[in-house]
Design a protein. Structure first.
Length: 102
């Protein structure tokens, strides 16, 4: 959804009924941000359940990323890079935690 707002006019002219055409740019950005928060909560809760110690750093990063995305212009690159960084840090923290526990 985060890639759709710039394409509203061309989609409308082409007769497409994308989410952004139907609901507008502001609502599309709000929904994209909301879905990102749901993603952060879901993955963060799994990381915390798997290893509370290893999950704290990714969850803290998730809070920072969510705030950063809310206070800047949402675009696909920022959203995907933030999600990738969150997943990567979570996997690294879980791997380190598992290795130290062994």
């Amino acid at each position: 959804l985060s890639h759709q707002p710039p394409q509203i006019e061309t989609d409308r002219l082409a007769g497409k009924l994308s989410f952004a055409v139907r609901y507008g740019a502001d609502r599309t950005r709000a929904v994209a941000w909301g879905l990102f928060v749901v993603f952060l909560l879901a993955v963060g809760s799994v990381l915390l359940a798997a290893s509370p110690a290893a999950g704290l750093l990714p969850v803290a990063l998730g809070v920072l990323l969510g705030y950063r995305l809310k206070t800047t212009v949402l675009n696909p690159k920022r959203l995907l890079l933030s999600a990738s960084a969150f997943i990567l840090l979570g996997l690294l923290a879980n791997t380190v935690s598992s290795t130290l526990a062994s």
